[in-house]
Design a protein around this ligand. Structure first.
Ligand code: FES
Length: 113
């Protein structure tokens, strides 16, 4: 069973940034502000490894800068016909801080509780 670990996002995004690449707990995450809301997804495009933080938003999708695959920011699902997806990470705001949740693998849960 997976467990969520919450991490403070080290560099708070600036108000005008729409997409920002951050590193948290050894993972590279793409932080996206879309439709007034922050969302966190994996930064590596599953098609050929492009840096999604160099892409752009279209509605509730992030678009890869290389070959324009689109991914839903909430579910991570690729557009129809792509057959791929990116991971998504829950976010929460508490006491003016932004936190991102990283899933702790079951085997780490087993050994550290
Ligand atoms: S690397 Fe992202 S669509 Fe090809």
């Amino acid at each position: 069973m997976e467990k969520l670990e919450w991490h403070v996002i080290p560099i708070l995004p600036t108000a005008d940034a729409e997409i920002k690449k951050i590193k948290v707990a050894g993972k590279t995450i793409c932080l996206v502000r879309s439709q007034g809301k922050w969302q966190a997804v994996g930064n590596r495009c599953p098609h050929a490894g492009a840096d999604l933080s160099q892409g752009w938003c279209e509605g509730n999708n992030i678009v890869c800068p290389f070959h324009r695959h689109k991914f839903d920011l909430q579910t991570g699902k690729g557009d129809v016909g792509q057959g791929n997806f990116i991971p998504t990470y829950p976010l929460k705001e508490e006491d003016g801080q932004l936190y991102v949740a990283i899933r702790k693998p079951w085997w780490k849960t087993l050994f550290s509780g």
